[in-house]
Design a protein around this ligand. Structure first.
Ligand SMILES: Nc1ncnc2c1ncn2[C@@H]1O[C@H](COP(=O)(O)OP(=O)(O)OP(=O)(O)O)[C@@H](O)[C@H]1O
Ligand SMILES: [Mg+2]
Length: 237
C-alpha cells in the first residue's frame, strides 16, 4: 500500500441531525494519504451525509471536520467554497455535468473557477480527457455522451485542480456493469498513482477491486472496518 502517515481526512465525533432524525451519530474517522476507503451500508444509513460533511457541503451539528490539514467546520461560506474547489474533487452518481457546455468546457470550468486562465485550463482539461481516453469527445455535449463517457468527464472535472481528496458517491450507480467496470479501473488506477479516495458505494465490485479499507456504516455510525489487500497484483507503471 502506498499510504503515508499524513492524514487527509480527520473526523472527530461528527454529529448531524435533520430535525429529530440523527443522520450521523458521532462519527470519528481518519484517512491517510494514498488510501482508498470505501464506505458501504444500507440505504439511509448516512453515507451521503458523511460525504457531504467531508466535502464541506453541509455542516455538523457538533464535532470536527478536518480535510487536508484544515479545520473546515469553522470556515465561513466563501472560504469553504474556495477550499472545496481547490482541494476536493467530487464525482457523482448522475455525473452533474452542465448540459449546455461541451465536455472539455465542463472540465476546464473547474479550473476557471479557481482563477486558472482560459487557455491553461483548456490545456489541462484536454490532457485529462486524453488520460481518460476521451480526448476525441471534448467538443461533444453531455447529452450525446454515453454514461461511461459522462462519468469520465465527471472524473476529469474532479481532477482538474489536483485535489488532495477525491470523493465519489455511487460513481458506478447509474452505469451498466461493463461501463461501471471501466470507471472502477479508472479509480483504481488513480489510487495507484497516489490519489486519496473516499468512495460511497453499494457496488461490491467497486469496493472489492478499489478499496484498501472497507468501512461498514449503519444507523449513522461506523459498525465495522477492514483494512485489506487488493485482490489484484500491483501493476508497475
Ligand atoms: N436534507 C435532508 N433533510 C432531511 N433528512 C435528510 C436530508 N438528507 C438526508 N436525510 C436523511 O438522513 C438519513 C441519511 O441519509 P443519507 O442520504 O446520508 O443516506 P445514504 O446512506 O446515503 O442512503 P442511500 O444509500 O440510499 O444513498 C436518511 O434517513 C435521510 O432521509
Ligand atoms: Mg446516498
Amino acid at each position: 500500500m502506498n499510504a503515508s502517515e499524513k492524514k487527509v481526512v480527520r473526523l472527530g465525533s461528527v454529529r448531524k441531525t435533520f430535525g429529530d432524525l440523527t443522520a450521523l451519530d458521532g462519527v470519528s474517522l481518519e484517512i491517510r494519504e494514498g488510501e482508498a476507503v470505501a464506505v458501504m451500508g444500507p440505504s439511509g444509513s448516512g453515507k451521503s451525509t458523511l460525504l457531504n460533511m467531508v466535502a464541506g457541503l453541509d455542516r455538523p451539528a457538533s464535532g470536527k471536520v478536518e480535510v487536508d490539514g484544515e479545520d473546515i467546520s469553522g470556515m465561513g461560506e466563501a472560504a469553504l467554497a474556495r477550499f472545496r474547489r481547490r482541494r476536493i474533487g467530487m464525482v457523482f452518481q448522475f455525473f452533474n455535468l452542465l448540459d449546455d457546455l461541451p465536455a472539455l468546457e465542463n472540465v476546464a470550468l473547474a479550473g476557471r473557477l479557481v482563477g486558472v486562465p482560459a487557455r491553461k485550463a483548456r490545456a489541462r482539461a484536454l490532457e485529462l480527457l486524453d488520460e481518460l481516453g476521451i480526448a476525441d469527445r471534448g467538443d461533444a455535449y453531455p447529452a450525446v455522451l454515453s454514461g461511461g463517457e459522462r462519468q469520465r468527464v465527471g472524473v476529469a472535472r474532479a481532477l482538474m485542480n489536483r485535489p488532495a481528496l477525491l470523493l465519489a458517491d455511487e460513481p458506478t450507480g447509474a452505469l451498466d456493469s461493463a461501463t461501471g467496470e471501466q470507471v472502477i479501473d479508472l479509480l483504481l488506477d488513480l489510487n495507484r498513482k497516489g490519489q486519496t479516495l473516499l468512495l460511497v458505494t453499494h457496488d461490491e465490485r467497486l469496493a472489492a477491486r478499489c478499496a484498501t479499507r472497507l468501512i461498514e456504516f449503519r444507523d449513522g455510525g461506523i459498525v465495522g472496518e477492514t483494512a485489506r489487500e487488493r485482490s489484484e497484483p500491483w501493476i508497475a507503471r
